[in-house]
Design a protein around this ligand. Structure first.
Ligand SMILES: NC(=O)C1=CN([C@@H]2O[C@H](COP(=O)(O)OP(=O)(O)OC[C@H]3O[C@@H](n4cnc5c(N)ncnc54)[C@H](OP(=O)(O)O)[C@@H]3O)[C@@H](O)[C@H]2O)C=CC1
Ligand SMILES: O=C(O)CCC(=O)C(=O)O
Ligand SMILES: [Mg+2]
Length: 416
């Protein structure tokens, strides 16, 4: 394997034993800068995290950052064909906790998503995206404070498996012929020019995701878990997700039907309070989150629904400029912004770095460095309350002072 990664001379790897993280005081954290606005948001993220760690622990704890490569930068550092080097994957496997900026995916043709590839190759099956309002953030809804949800998006299956055949290709024709001749399909129209996509959804994949969502509700004293699906139309994928989810709640968490089901409830073993397990069809959910957000807490859903819902919910609390996320399994966690590479803003030092900074806050909490995570949140709230904000907030806030991407990072540090 080529070695284009400079391993810090100081610092140690985080280890993970049976799902239990062991974090040294001087962890090495791999990071991907990201394409497009990655160059803008990643440096302030590192600066803010370093400041929070230093303020919380003085010299007792320090992160040693290690740049690893993916996307356009990888093609410069390795060679023009290498977008996701094996070395990058190895580093995440070895160092267990990392963070990344956004990576570009062309629409239509071209290569498949590197973001999705990273999740699939490392089997980071949970995409966890908390959505919460910060006081003072401009919002298009009347009561943004009622939005307090944590999305658990299945991250390894669904149409993101990338099993897709181009219209007119030999594979598409072969698949269409198979479906018509051997599977009795009668409703494929315009067979000569029809693309085909396959949507795998498994019981195991559903169960491990829903298990994490319910456990999160237990650990964080949440009142409900909502299974979001389009099971009325896609019965054996989305519908099965709903059935398997409820079944798991009953079998593994002792949930009982409410009034004959399908909703059920369980007693939180840590608090004694009730947790409701319910389901909503995906299109109705997009209405519900606008009209009655207070009724939803933890959401467990499939990959595509989760992608849509996370951007829609982010909009309600100020936009994807401040929407954080994590991709994780029982061993590795890679934190990442919810937004993309926003190419028109790349290199302008303009966009909001809040999304990747709040992803870093999740990372610090995941590492057990809660004091630093709390400071980071305090800094973010302080900067927003002082109305020193980037363009996305400034254009919607009365009396705000416009700051650049890097200045917003500095404002966060000033308010820690
Ligand atoms: N995980 C990842 O790495 C992801 C990668 N992508 C990829 O990113 C590329 C671009 O995707 P696109 O659909 O344009 O979505 P983007 O999220 O990149 O941008 C869409 C819009 O969101 C707003 N926005 C995004 N980031 C910020 C920020 N940090 N601060 C303030 N506003 C922000 C901007 O709105 P406005 O114009 O109103 O200012 C921007 O024009 C594609 O290649 C896509 O595949 C997409 C999503 C996730
Ligand atoms: O991989 C991509 O390009 C898009 C991914 C995405 O939209 C997401 O993860 O929310
Ligand atoms: Mg998305």
């Amino acid at each position: 394997m080529s070695t284009n990664v400079t391993i810090p001379t100081e610092g140690q790897a985080i280890t993970c034993d049976n799902g239990q993280l062991c974090v040294p005081n001087n962890p090495i954290i791999p990071f991907i800068e990201g394409d497009g606005i990655g160059i803008d948001v990643t440096p302030p993220m590192i600066k803010v995290v370093n400041a929070a760690v230093e303020k919380a622990y003085s010299n007792d704890r320090k992160i040693h950052w290690m740049e690893v490569y993916a996307g356009e930068k990888a093609t410069q550092v390795y060679d023009s064909e290498t977008w996701l080097p094996d070395e990058t994957l190895e580093m995440f496997k070895q160092y267990k906790v990392g963070i990344k900026g956004p990576l570009t995916t062309p629409v239509g043709g071209g290569m498949r998503s590197l973001n999705v590839a990273l999740r699939q190759i490392l089997d980071l099956y949970v995409c966890q995206r908390p959505v919460q309002w910060f006081t003072g953030v401009p919002s298009p809804v009347k009561k943004p404070s009622e939005v307090d949800m944590v999305i658990f998006r299945e991250n390894s299956e669904d149409i993101y498996a990338g099993i897709e055949y181009k219209a007119g290709s030999d594979q598409a024709k072969k698949m269409i012929n198979f479906l018509i001749d051997e599977m009795g399909a009668t409703k494929i129209r315009f067979t000569e020019n029809c693309g085909i996509g396959i949507k795998p959804v498994s019981k195991e994949g559903t169960e491990r995701l829903v298990r994490k969502a319910i456990q999160y509700a237990i650990d964080h004293d949440r009142e409900s878990v909502t299974l979001v699906h389009k099971g009325n139309i896609m019965k054996y994928t989305e519908g099965a997700f709903k059935e398997w989810g409820y079944q798991l709640a009953r079998d593994e968490f002792g949930a009982d039907f409410i009034a004959g089901g399908p909703w059920c409830s369980l007693v939180n073993p840590k608090t004694g309070k009730e947790i409701i397990i319910k389901d909503v069809i995906a299109d109705a959910m997009l209405q519900q989150i606008l009209l009655r957000p207070a009724e939803y807490s933890v959401i467990a859903t499939l990959n595509l629904n989760g992608d849509y819902i996370s951007d829609a919910l982010a909009a309600q609390v100020g936009g994807i400029g401040i929407a954080p996320g994590a991709n994780m399994n029982d061993d590795i966690a890679i934190f990442e912004a919810t937004h993309g590479t926003a190419p028109k803003y790349a290199g302008l030092n303009k966009v909001n770095p809040g999304s990747v900074i709040l992803s870093a806050e999740m990372m610090l909490r995941h590492m057990g460095w809660v004091e630093a995570a709390d400071l980071l949140l305090k800094g973010m709230s302080g900067a927003i309350n002082a109305k020193t904000v980037t363009y996305d907030f400034e254009r919607l806030m009365d009396g705000a002072t416009l700051v650049t991407c890097s200045e917003f990072g500095d404002c966060i540090i000033d308010h820690m």
